[in-house]
Design a protein around this ligand. Structure first.
Ligand code: FES
Ligand SMILES: [Fe+2]
Length: 372
C-alpha cells in the first residue's frame, strides 16, 4: 500500500469566487431583458433610461416568475405575472393592487461595470460591495484607433473553473499541447493579481522570432495577456482576454477574446487579412487546451516535479476568492515571484531548442528573483 499515487478530488462546495466576471461585449446587452444563468442561479439584465446596464436576481420573490419575461419601464422591470415592479436598486417600487409595499420586497441588484468594451458583474457570496482597486484596469487600446475590435468567442466548458486557472502555472504543457517552447517562465503573485511571464518559441504565433506574453489575472476570473509575436515576418502586437463565469460548480462559460494592433503602412485590406489571420491562429492555439479540460480528471494532489510551475502556490492564491474576506490570509499582500528552471525547457518538444536561446534563458534565470 502507498506505492501508487492516488488521485484525490474532494467534492466541491457550492460557493463561487468573489470578484468581477465578464459576461460578454457591451453591445450584446440591449434594452430588452435577457436571462443569464450563472453562479448556480438566474439573473436578468436590461438597460435603463440612460442606457445603463442593470442586473437583478432573475426570479421574482413574490411567486417566483422569471423576470426576463417582464417589461422594462424606465429604470424598473415589471414582472409579467402579477405586475410587481422592481427598481434598479432591486427595491420593489410598485404593486398595482397593494396599499403597502412589504418591506421585504427587495431583490439583489448586482454590481455592474462596463469597461474595455466588456460587461462585468461582481459576485460575492457575502454580498459586500466590490473591493475598491480590484476592478479590471482600463485598456487604453480597447476601442481606440489603430487597434482591431475584440473578437470574442464563447465556449461552454464542463468542468470546475480551477482547471482553467491552473494554466497560469502550467509551464510544461506548452510543448506537448501547443507545440511551443517556454524558455523563460515566471509567476508573480501579488494580492488579487497573478502574472505569468513567458518567453519562448511558437512558430505559429511568432514565426522565427521570440514570442513574449505577459498574462495577468485581475481577480479570479478575468485575465488579460499582452502578447508580442510575428506573422509572415511582420511583428504583431495583440491582447488576449481569457475570462470565465461559472454556470455551476462543474461548468463555466469561457470567453476568449483577441484584439490586434493594426498595421500602419499596409493597405486596409492587407491589414484586415493579417488581423483576421492572427485572431484565428491565437484561437486555434487557445482551443487546444479545451480538449484537455473536457477529458482530464480534477486532481487536488498533483504529483509534481521540480520543472513544473508553482501549481500549489497558484491554487493557494486562487482559494482566497472562495473564503470570507475576513479570512483572506495577509500572505498575499507582498509580491512574490517564482521562476521555473527546468532541465529541459519543454518535455516532448516538437521543435528543437536553439542553443543561444537556452543560454539567454540561463542568464535570465540567474538574474531572476527566485523564491522557492
Ligand atoms: S411572481 Fe412576480 S409579481 Fe407575482
Ligand atoms: Fe494552454
Amino acid at each position: 500500500m502507498g506505492k501508487y499515487a492516488k488521485i484525490e478530488a474532494a467534492e466541491i462546495e457550492e460557493r463561487y469566487a468573489r470578484g468581477w466576471h465578464c459576461l460578454g461585449k457591451v453591445e450584446e446587452f440591449g434594452k430588452d431583458p435577457v436571462r443569464l444563468e450563472y453562479f448556480g442561479t438566474k439573473l436578468v439584465a436590461f438597460r435603463g433610461d440612460e442606457d445603463q446596464l442593470i442586473i437583478l436576481d432573475g426570479f421574482c420573490p413574490h411567486m417566483g416568475a422569471d423576470l426576463s419575461q417582464g417589461y422594462v419601464e424606465g429604470n424598473s422591470l415589471r414582472c409579467s405575472m402579477h405586475a410587481w415592479r422592481w427598481g434598479q436598486d432591486g427595491v420593489c417600487d410598485d404593486i398595482p393592487y397593494a396599499k403597502k409595499i412589504p418591506p421585504k420586497a427587495c431583490i439583489k441588484a448586482w454590481p455592474v461595470l462596463e469597461r474595455n468594451g466588456l460587461v462585468l458583474v461582481y459576485h460575492d457570496a457575502e454580498d459586500n460591495d466590490p473591493i475598491q482597486g480590484q476592478e479590471p484596469p482600463v485598456i487604453e487600446e480597447a476601442g481606440a484607433d489603430g487597434w482591431s475590435e475584440w473578437a470574442v468567442e464563447i465556449i461552454p466548458i464542463e468542468t470546475n473553473c480551477r482547471e482553467l486557472v491552473d494554466n497560469m502555472a502550467d509551464k510544461a504543457h506548452f510543448g506537448p499541447v501547443h507545440s511551443a517552447e517556454a524558455m523563460r517562465f515566471e509567476n508573480t503573485f501579488d494580492g488579487h493579481k497573478v502574472v505569468q511571464y513567458m518567453e519562448g518559441k511558437s512558430p505559429r504565433l511568432a514565426g522565427d522570432s521570440i514570442l513574449t506574453t505577459t498574462a495577468t489575472y485581475y481577480g479570479p476570473a478575468y485575465m488579460i495577456t499582452e502578447m508580442s509575436g510575428e506573422m509572415n515576418g511582420v511583428p504583431v502586437e495583440s491582447k488576449l482576454l481569457v475570462s470565465h463565469v461559472p454556470t455551476g460548480t462543474e461548468s463555466f462559460d469561457l470567453r476568449f477574446g483577441v484584439m490586434v494592433k493594426l498595421f500602419p503602412g499596409m493597405s486596409k485590406e492587407d491589414s484586415d487579412a493579417m488581423v483576421q489571420g492572427y485572431v484565428q491562429l491565437t484561437q486555434q492555439a487557445f482551443f487546444e487546451d479545451v480538449h484537455f479540460w473536457h477529458t482530464k480528471a480534477r486532481v487536488d494532489n498533483p504529483v509534481l516535479c521540480d520543472g513544473d510551475g508553482p501549481i500549489y502556490k497558484l491554487r493557494q492564491w486562487y482559494s482566497q476568492f472562495y473564503v470570507d474576506i475576513a479570512d483572506v490570509p495577509s500572505t498575499w499582500d507582498a509580491s512574490k515571484t517564482y521562476a521555473v528552471d527546468s532541465v529541459n525547457p519543454i518535455p516532448h518538444q516538437k521543435v528543437a531548442i536553439d542553443d543561444a536561446n537556452a543560454a539567454a534563458y540561463a542568464a535570465q534565470q540567474a538574474e531572476a528573483e527566485v523564491d522557492a
